[in-house]
Design a protein around this ligand. Sequence first.
Ligand code: T3D
Length: 268
Amino acid sequence: MTETLVRVEARSGYRVLTLNRPDRLNSFDEALHAALRQALDEAAADRATRALVLTGAGRAFSAGQDLADLATPSGEMRADLGDVLGRLYNPLVRRLRRLPFPVIAAVNGVAAGAGANLALACDIVLAARSARFIQAFAKIGLIPDSGGTWTLPRLVGPARATALAMLAEPVTAKEAAAMGMIWRVVEDDALLAEAERIAGYLATQPTAALVAIRKALAAAAVNDLDAQLDLERELQGKLGRSADHAEGVRAFLAKRKPSFGPRGEEEG
Ligand code: T3D
């Protein structure tokens, strides 16, 4: 059951995870959460995995929480939503943000609610030209969750974040790229190939440095300049002593391509 809810394809140096509940627009019920959790943990445990692509089967990336799973047909809530976040979504976002390698979201179609914010929690977000992002929460009396209230203002600024959250209007991939919400728009039929090209490239790069980049950029949201300078010094000091740095410099001086070492113990 869990294998099919998230399709896992291992490639050379990276994995492709596909949310595979297309008849429900890859919306999240407990089983999909469990399957994704397992797939992420397996990828993290495999030293040969140095990048990940996250995408969706069918016409959606993910429609967020499966609303039918949380409520009865008459709209009566079956679960406490704070508890749902605490048990399922918050650990998932933390997992994604702490993976010991970079994660690329290949947003193949609509990404709504938590589906949008899980995509935005990834390190690099590509979207198919036909994809849409919807902060659907306000329409059902909620606030953006899965890190949305943290991620959105950082990506697009508070004015746009407020309008995105309050109006809950669909944003096209092109608009999302123009406002800095995502990295790039790709033609629909080229999306996965481009995501895999990037994952393949990142898998050959110094993983510890890539993970440290994520850490430093995230810390900038809360640090003042002094604290950030200290963090850069700490991280750079460590990276500067690494075999990957030495190899990068040697390769540069010898005018050849670097050959970086295997994934180490880096924490996400
Ligand atoms: O603790 C907590 O807070 C819980 C966590 C909450 C996090 C959240 O994600 S809250 C936000 C939940 N998501 C939404 O509110 C989005 C709801 N879906 C939509 O607004 C639309 O479906 C879409 C904009 C995503 C796509 O629209 P469209 O017109 O392309 O498709 P559709 O016809 O609306 O949907 C197709 C089917 O998928 C349909 O079922 P049917 O009629 O074919 O049997 C629809 O009901 C179903 N579906 C779509 N989204 C969900 C869903 N079923 C359950 N849950 C969904 N989220």
